[in-house]
Write a protein that binds this ligand. Structure first.
Ligand code: SF4
Ligand code: SF4
Length: 385
C-alpha cells in the first residue's frame, strides 16, 4: 500500500463521526468497531503496516462496506475512508484472499465478459419488446452509443430500464446504437474488488474502441457504476475518450433544457428520489435527475432530510450482497421505512443496483410504496409503456 494512503489513515482523529453514520454499521447486527467506517480504517492501517494478518474476519468486515463514500464526505479530517477500503480490498486480492462469492463473480467476468457467466449472445434478451426498434441499430454507426450494462441486460426485473430508454430515444428520433454481444462488462466489479489496473485497461480498450468504430459523439448509460467507470477510470487507463459520456439522467435533462423532451401527461404523485452513491458522492451528479423529475407536471418531489451528499446508501453497493446478503436487504428495508414515513407514493431510482435492492427489499415490507426507474417513469408519462 502506498505511503500517502498510510499518511491518510494516520490523519484519522478517531472522532467517530463516520462510525455513527456508517450505514453498514448502523444496520449490521454486529456492533463490533471493525464493522464501522472508523474500524475499517484501523484494520486497513494494521494490514498496511503488516501488524495484523488478513484474517477471515478482517476480510468479511472489509467486504461489509457499501462503498457508499458517506464516510469520506463527512470526515472532518478529510480522510478518504472509502478509498482506503478500496485499496485494502486490492491488498486482499494481491494476497489471493478475495472471498469466494466475490471471486466467483470475477471468474465469471474472466470467462464470459459478464458477471452472470451467461452467453454473450444473450446480451439483447432485455430487448424482446423493442426488437423492431433495435433491428437495424446493433453495432451500427450512430450519434449516440447506449451502453446497457450487465445488470440491466441480464436481470429480467431490470430489463424495463433499457427498454424504457430505448422507447424514449426512438420517440425523439435519436440516432443511437447498442453493442449487443460486443459489449463487455464495464469492469466495475473488478475495481470494487481491488483488481489490478491491467484488467480494467483490457476491458476499457475493447469497449472504447468498439464504440469509437461506430463514430458516436455521445455515450450514455443508465447505470451509475458504468458511468463512473467510463467517466473516470477509462480515461485514466486508456486515455482521452473521443466522445462525451453521460448518465441517462444527464442525457434526459439536456433534452428537456433543449426543449426536445416535453412531458405533458402526468398524474398527481408524491415521489421520493434515491441519490445513487456512485452517481452522487462518487461523481458529483445530484441535479440532473431532479431536473428530469421537476419537468413532470403534477409530480411533487419530496426530499428526505438526508439527501444529496448526505443520502444514505440503498444497500445495493460495494458487492456487499455477495458476502452479506441480509445486510444489503436490511439496509434496503431501513431506507424504505424512511420513504414510507415521508408518505411518498413512489420511490424513483436512477440506478439498476438501487432498483434491484429496493425491489427485493419491498417484498418483505408492509407498505404500498412502489419503486420505479427514472427512465421507466418518463416512458410511462410519454405513454410509451
Ligand atoms: S470521521 Fe474521519 S477522523 Fe473521524 S473517525 Fe472517521 S475517519 Fe477518523
Ligand atoms: S463507504 Fe459507506 S458503508 Fe463503507 S465504511 Fe464508509 S460509510 Fe460505511
Amino acid at each position: 500500500m502506498s505511503d500517502p494512503l498510510i499518511i491518510d489513515m494516520l490523519k484519522c482523529a478517531r472522532c467517530g463521526k463516520c462510525r455513527s453514520l456508517c450505514p453498514s454499521f448502523k444496520t449490521g447486527e454486529s456492533k463490533w468497531e471493525t464493522t464501522s467506517a472508523r474500524g475499517r480504517v484501523l484494520l486497513s492501517l494494521g494490514l498496511a503496516q503488516n501488524k495484523i494478518p488478513a484474517t477471515k474476519q478482517l476480510i468479511s468486515d472489509i467486504y461489509g462496506c457499501f462503498f457508499c463514500k458517506y464516510c469520506s464526505e463527512l470526515c472532518p479530517s478529510e480522510v478518504d475512508v472509502s478509498k482506503i477500503i478500496e485499496v485494502t480490498r486490492a491488498t486482499i486480492s494481491e494476497r489471493g484472499l478475495t472471498p469466494n462469492p466475490v471471486q466467483f463473480l470475477l471468474t465469471n467476468l474472466d470467462e464470459s465478459h459478464n458477471i452472470f457467466n451467461l452467453d454473450q449472445e444473450d446480451r439483447l434478451l432485455w430487448a424482446i419488446n423493442v426488437e423492431e426498434i433495435l433491428e437495424d441499430r446493433v453495432c451500427k454507426k450512430a450519434d449516440v452509443g447506449f451502453f446497457v450494462g450487465c445488470l440491466a441486460a441480464f436481470k429480467g426485473t431490470l430489463s424495463i430500464i433499457p427498454e424504457a430508454l430505448t422507447l424514449i430515444m426512438d420517440k425523439l428520433n435519436i440516432n443511437f446504437t447498442v453493442l449487443g454481444e460486443e459489449e463487455w462488462c464495464c469492469g466495475n466489479p473488478y475495481i470494487i474488488a481491488g483488481a489490478s489496473e491491467s484488467k480494467i485497461k483490457e476491458i476499457a480498450t475493447h469497449n472504447v474502441e468498439k464504440m469509437t468504430e461506430l463514430g458516436i459523439k455521445n455515450l450514455i448509460t443508465s447505470c451509475p457504476g458504468c458511468y463512473r467507470v467510463w467517466s473516470f477510470m477509462y480515461p485514466r487507463v486508456y486515455g482521452k475518450l473521443p466522445f462525451k459520456v453521460q448518465h441517462s439522467s444527464q442525457f434526459l435533462a439536456q433534452l428537456i433544457k433543449e426543449k426536445k423532451l416535453k412531458i405533458t401527461n402526468s398524474q398527481n404523485l408524491k415521489v421520493g428520489y434515491q441519490d445513487p452513491c456512485e452517481l452522487g458522492r462518487h461523481c458529483g451528479e445530484y441535479n440532473s435527475p431532479r431536473t428530469v423529475l421537476e419537468a413532470i407536471p403534477n409530480i411533487n418531489l419530496i426530499e428526505l432530510e438526508n439527501n444529496r451528499e448526505n443520502s444514505e446508501c440503498c444497500g445495493g453497493g460495494g458487492l456487499v450482497k455477495a458476502l452479506h446478503p441480509s445486510l444489503a436487504l436490511n439496509q434496503g428495508k431501513n431506507k424504505i421505512k424512511q420513504y414510507h414515513s415521508y408518505k411518498v407514493d413512489l420511490l424513483i431510482t436512477a440506478c439498476p443496483s438501487c432498483f434491484e435492492n429496493y425491489f427485493t427489499s419491498l417484498e418483505s415490507c408492509d407498505t404500498k410504496l412502489d419503486v420505479k426507474d427514472l427512465n421507466e417513469l418518463i416512458a410511462e408519462q410519454l405513454d410509451l409503456l
